[in-house]
Design a protein around this ligand. Structure first.
Ligand code: BDR
Ligand code: CA
Length: 306
C-alpha cells in the first residue's frame, strides 16, 4: 500500500506520545518529519521528549526539527499541570542517541513539503505557531500540502479558558493564520476529544499488550487529562484517528474563525455551524465521535506497536 506522507507538529505531551506511537506503527502513514513546538512544556523539553520517543520506538532515523519557543505574540503558558514537569511524567525513558537536525522546524517542513512527490498531510497536535510561520514565510508550500488535520479548538467550550481550547488558546494568532490560509483543514476539537476516553479497563488491557502499552500505562497514571478511573482524554490521538478511521466521526463543512480581540474570549474558535457570519466554508469540523469505536480503534492501534 502507498503510505500517506505526514509531518507531525507536536508538543509531547502524554497524549501526543500516544498519537506519535500510533502514527509510527500504522501501515497507512509514513512519518517524514517530527517538528516540535513550545506547548505542554517548553521547547527544550518537547524536543527532548520527541527524541526520547523515537529512541524508545527504535525510529531515530526520523528527523526531529526544533520549532518555536513561544507563541507569535502572546506570552507563553505551559500545560505542565496536565502532563507533569517533564511533559511525559511517569516513565523512565532512555536518553536519545541522536540530536535534532540543524534546520529549524519551519525550514525543515518547507524542505520535506517541496521535495515530496506526493502532497504532504500535516498533523498538528500542539499550538499552531510553527504552522503559521511556515505559511507566512514560505506560502509556496501550500501547493504541496494535501491537508492539515489539527487537534485543537472547540465547537463548544474550552479547557484553557472558558471558551478557549489550549492549542488554539495559547497562540490564537497562529490559529487565525491557519484558518485563513485557504488550505484544506480539518479541526478535531476539544469537544470530541472529551468523548475519546480511555477507560480503566482499556488501560489495563493495554498494559500487557507490548512495550508501548506498558509505557502508556505508566504515563496514564500521571496524566491529568481526565482521570485514570473515570476516563482519560486521548485528545491528540483523535487527529490520527481522523486519518485512519474517519468512519468513527461525524464531520461537517463549516466556517471557523478565531477570536483575537476578546478580553475574556481570545482563542475561542467560532465554529459557525449556522452560518451567522455569512462566510464561505473554510474547514471541516468533527462534531461527534463514536466513543466505543474509538476505544476499540485505540487499543488495536497500540497492539500494532512494539
Ligand atoms: C491539547 O492540549 C494539550 O495539553 C494536549 O496535548 C492536546 O494537544 C488539548 O487541549
Ligand atoms: Ca499536544
Amino acid at each position: 500500500m502507498n503510505k500517506r506522507p505526514i509531518i507531525i507538529d507536536t508538543d509531547p505531551g502524554i497524549d501526543d506520545a500516544l498519537a506519535i506511537a500510533i502514527a509510527l506503527y500504522s501501515e497507512e502513514l509514513d512519518v517524514k518529519l517530527i517538528t516540535t513546538v513550545a506547548g505542554n512544556v517548553g521547547i527544550d523539553k518537547t524536543t527532548y521528549n520527541a527524541l526520547r520517543l523515537l529512541k524508545f520506538f527504535d525510529k531515530e532515523n526520523i528527523p526531529v526539527a526544533v520549532g518555536a519557543d513561544k507563541p507569535l505574540i502572546r506570552p507563553y503558558e505551559d500545560a505542565s499541570s496536565v502532563h507533569g514537569k517533564s511533559g511525559m511524567e511517569g516513565y523512565e525513558f532512555e536518553d536519545p542517541t541522536v540530536a535534532p537536525i540543524t534546520e529549524n522546524a519551519v525550514n525543515a517542513m518547507r524542505k520535506v513539503i517541496m521535495e515530496s512527490k506526493e502532497a504532504i498531510t500535516i498533523v498538528a497536535i500542539g499550538p499552531l505557531t510553527n504552522i503559521a510561520l511556515l505559511l507566512k514565510v514560505y506560502p509556496e508550500v501550500k501547493e504541496n500540502i494535501k491537508e492539515v488535520v489539527m487537534m485543537g479548538g472547540s465547537a463548544s467550550r474550552g479547557n484553557k479558558g472558558v471558551m478557549s481550547e489550549y492549542n488554539v488558546g495559547v497562540d490564537p494568532e497562529a490559529a487565525y493564520i491557519l484558518f485563513h490560509s485557504g488550505l484544506d483543514i480539518t479541526m478535531v476539537g476539544l469537544d470530541v476529544g472529551m468523548k475519546a476516553l480511555v477507560l480503566p479497563e482499556d488501560s489495563e488491557a493495554i498494559k500487557s499488550m507490548n512495550k508501548t502499552g506498558d509505557m502508556a500505562y505508566c504515563l496514564f497514571k500521571k496524566y491529568r487529562g481526565g482521570s485514570f478511573n473515570t476516563g482519560l482524554k486521548m485528545y491528540d490521538s483523535t487527529a490520527i484517528a481522523y486519518l485512519l478511521a474517519p468512519e468513527i466521526y461525524e464531520v461537517v463543512d463549516t466556517y471557523i474563525d478565531v477570536e483575537l480581540a476578546g478580553t475574556m474570549t481570545a482563542g475561542c474558535t467560532l465554529v459557525d455551524l449556522r452560518g451567522y457570519l455569512k462566510q464561505p466554508n473554510n474547514a471541516k469540523v468533527c462534531i461527534d465521535i463514536d466513543a466505543d469505536k474509538f476505544r476499540e480503534w485505540f487499543k488495536e492501534s497500540i497492539r500494532k506497536c512494539i
